[in-house]
Design a protein. Sequence first.
Length: 318
Amino acid sequence: MLVKLGIYDFVVSNNGNMFEVLDIQLIQLRYRLYSHSPIIGMTTYLANELAREKVVSSIVGKKYFPLHLLAYSMKGYYNLATLSSLGFFNSHEQLPNINRAQLTKYVEGLICLSGGIESELYQNISQNKYNQAIAIADYYSKLFGKENYYIEIQNSSNADQKLINEELIKLANELKLPLIATNELYYLCDEQENDSEPFYKKEGNEFLKLTSGIYKDVFVQEESYFTQIPAALENIDKIIQKTHFDFKPEVLFPKFDIPKGFNCSQFLDKISHIKLSLLFSPIGKKYSERLIEELKWIELKKASNYFLMIWDLYHFAK
């Protein structure tokens, strides 16, 4: 759909994970979009550590707050992947989440967007806790650097959005932080609404279906709304330029220690023939040729290390 609309610069940002990164790479190969690197990101969820942190939200009842993180270098990409993994280790519930200590450790190479309606900053602004919002924004701007922390303003159907945007703009000016225009995009045109997974919000004992407010001319509407705040649109291009790095992720496997004199393919070949001889004596031409063919394809796919690792794990578990 993005390709059909002529949109080649976009953010890949899943909630709490990076599962779509590989799919986007395959789309790049399919459509030969070699000059367009996707902006790799993740909506991470930061645990509300009120008891241990001085600069955190005072919003009661909120367990997590979303932060939109974007990688602008390979170091940032690897840090993003690490934070994604840590989120699942921390999660004892449905939502993967990280803590501030982890974010601080893996902050290099990342841009942070302040988040939308559920974010720490937005929630404090909407509850008239401006001083707390200032402290939060100051905390993140020092953590990421002022040039890498953007205050999000949106054109949503929220009745208070305009007033909240005014407060966010005031905050950004006070702290000399850049603004960025964003929106909650669940689908790109009306026709996709029925194909999209519905989003629900619990209100009392009822679950209310949320609509995204997205329609076919969303991009025209967004640009029109933010005409009075040109910097919020101009900063989109700045982020696109900054995050356009040579994205070449590798398939990384744990190192498997093999005996001297062997490489991974040779050692896999040796143990495979030994194990086959224990199953069949004599082995016979049929099985021998089949094993050679299988090993040839494993080597061609550079997967020898993977099979050795699985073999080792199997024997350890057994």
